[in-house]
Design a protein around this ligand. Structure first.
Ligand code: ISL
Length: 564
């Protein structure tokens, strides 16, 4: 492998599929592997290099597959291992790669390991999970679950509590036990032997907890606290990751990609995780920029967007990983609301321009861009109107806890409407017809009513569509090394409406500039850009070259210029 090949993922674009909402081939209302196979031509036309599948392993589906009960098979909901092999072969045949989502921090409580572990205090697998005695007839500490309530559940049979940072059906594994690490590494080797090209590792910076599991600082009015300082980037996490990479990839030739999903990770820590010399991971997903509009204590409390704060956040990460390490770039995934509704403007007059402008800003930066299914069409949040519309256990638990505590259903629904993960999980909008072409049966989640005009069929061949704009951005990334490697310098960073930066390589320079609002704006870009040519714009009739230092930008106008 040449050094160039070893970092192929730096110039790649990844597409995330949430299989249960992507395409249903058998009419049961859930997306499946057959549906993905049928749509590979669409992804190839978009131009992406890598496909990441959210979990498809057997699972009780308490958290839609992030609760795995067998890491070496496919859930019948999605298909079979034989179909998986066909999917993988077809992806490879089309020159793309496949990344598996590996849930390493916890399993399902229905995984045979946990069933053994909970069977007796003396079972050899007891220590594969985190069991503790009660403290003063209550939970062992004050840690809260991400999905409301305590992070501990009492086990009647063996008289101890087990830890679950997420749902009670997602017990945390004990990574301090070398047998657990070996078991996870064996699973990774098994999938690599089958031909997959890498892993996205779920909440992988949570695998090492603070020694002694100490209480988190209390928050007035909260009995349980999301104890981030006690389990984020814990004492042994780097050691465990380096060991895993060594054991799994050490003697293997090929072009792989590893991504660590890391809520709460700091830029300094991310530099360590992604420093090639340390051999841990290729890149991490950080969450700072998708938290700027949420209250730190409650993600469902929407604070509104301050564009300057959002820019500062992404620039901090661009700077921190400029020399050592590597960023991933994303607006959306299956846990986030739709970006055009969140940071853009989903009013029909601005919807397309703002979706393209946000895409331009993100894809112009340094890092590996990720596109979440439907983002390339500008899919919007769902118009939720009642608690019954929500499916996600996080949303349902939150709604129940707010209503129990305060009875304020209206506030609970408003928070869910803006931030619920269900916004990302409504079916992919393939066409204007019945169920948006997602299924011939009854879809597991309601289809957004706007599929009649917002769908892949109408955008696929339309030259000015959101889809076409994503195609162009992906093509530019493949063609212009400066977009991959060039330095990034923020411009007009304090401007509350303009998002602009330059990219520079020794012999070339690029200007990315966007008006993130409805009001037109005149901006002075400086004399050095006179003569720069337009590489991509998002509105009709954008002038082809810069002839003056003053630029007139219409609402949500976004452009990429190349100097010289
Ligand atoms: O959406 C969140 C809860 O408020 C995030 O904190 C999310 O739970 C976090 O990013 C971790 O996400 C990953 O692990 C979870 C799973 O529910 C998510 O779907 C997954 O992306 C537990 O496995």
């Amino acid at each position: 492998m040449t050094p160039q090949d070893a970092t192929w993922w730096k110039s790649a674009v990844v597409y995330q599929i949430y299989p249960r909402s992507f395409a249903d081939s058998n009419g049961d209302g859930f997306g499946d592997l057959g549906g993905i196979i049928e749509r590979l031509g669409y992804l190839q036309a978009l131009g992406v290099d890598v496909i990441w599948l959210s979990p498809i392993y057997p699972s009780p589906q308490a958290d839609n597959g992030y609760d795995v009960s067998d890491y070496r098979d496919i859930d019948p909901l999605f298909g079979t291992l034989a179909e998986f092999d066909v999917l993988l072969a077809e992806i490879h045949e089309r020159g793309m790669k496949l990344v598996m989502d590996l849930v390493v921090n916890h399993t399902s409580d229905e995984h045979p390991w946990f069933i053994e572990s909970r069977s007796s205090r003396h079972n050899p697998k007891r220590d594969w999970y985190i069991w503790r005695d009660s403290r003063a007839a209550a939970e062992p500490n004050n840690w809260g679950s991400f999905f409301s309530g305590p992070a501990w559940t009492w086990d009647q049979v063996t008289g101890q509590y087990y830890l679950h940072l997420f749902d009670r059906k997602q017990p945390d594994l004990n990574w301090e036990n070398p047998a657990v690490r070996k078991a996870m590494q064996d699973i990774m080797v098994w999938w690599l032997d089958r031909g997959v090209d890498g892993f996205r590792m779920d909440v992988v910076n949570f695998i090492s907890k603070a020694r002694g599991l100490p209480d988190a600082p209390t928050i007035p009015g909260h009995q349980f606290v999301i104890a981030v300082d006690e389990f984020v980037d814990g004492p042994h996490v780097h050691e465990y990751l380096a060991e895993t990479t060594r054991e799994v990839f050490g003697s293997r030739d090929g072009q792989f990609i590893t991504v660590g999903e890391m809520p709460g990770v700091t830029p300094d820590q991310a530099r360590l995780y992604t420093d090639p010399a340390r051999g841990e991971l290729n890149m991490v997903f950080q969450f700072e920029h998708v938290s700027v509009d949420q209250s730190p204590a409650n993600k469902f409390e929407y604070l509104g967007l301050d564009l300057v704060v959002l820019k500062e956040s992404l620039y901090r990460w661009q700077g921190a990983l400029a020399d050592i390490g590597w960023n991933s770039l994303y607006w959306e995934n299956h846990d986030q609301p739709r970006v055009v509704s969140r940071f853009g403007d989903d009013d029909p007059d601005y919807w397309a321009a703002s979706a393209k402008a946000l895409a331009t800003i993100l894809h112009g930066m340094r890092g590996t861009p990720f596109v979440y299914q439907g983002e390339e069409l500008g899919m919007t949040n769902y118009p939720f109107s009642s608690a019954r519309d929500h499916q996600d256990l996080e949303a349902v638990n939150y709604y129940t806890s707010v209503v129990e505590l305060s009875g304020d259903e209206i506030a609970a629904l408003a928070g869910l409407g803006a931030m619920s993960r269900d916004n990302a999980r409504t079916p992919m909008q393939w066409g204007p017809g019945h169920n948006a072409g997602f299924t011939s049966g009854e879809p597991w989640m309601p289809v957004n009513p706007n599929h009649t005009w917002l769908n892949a069929e109408s955008q696929f061949t339309a030259p000015d569509s959101v889809f076409a704009h994503y195609q162009e951005l992906i093509r530019l990334r493949h063609e212009l090394p400066i977009l991959v490697h060039g330095d990034l310098t923020p411009l007009m960073a304090a401007d509350p409406q303009i998002w602009a930066y330059s990219r520079r390589a020794p012999e070339s320079a690029i200007l990315v500039i966007a008006n993130c609002g409805r009001e037109p704006r005149a901006v002075d870009v400086g004399a050095e850009w006179i003569g720069a040519g337009l590489l991509l714009g998002n509105l009709p009739d954008t002038p082809g070259a810069l002839t003056s230092t003053s630029l007139q930008l219409a609402g949500w106008d976004a452009r990429i210029y190349a100097a010289g």
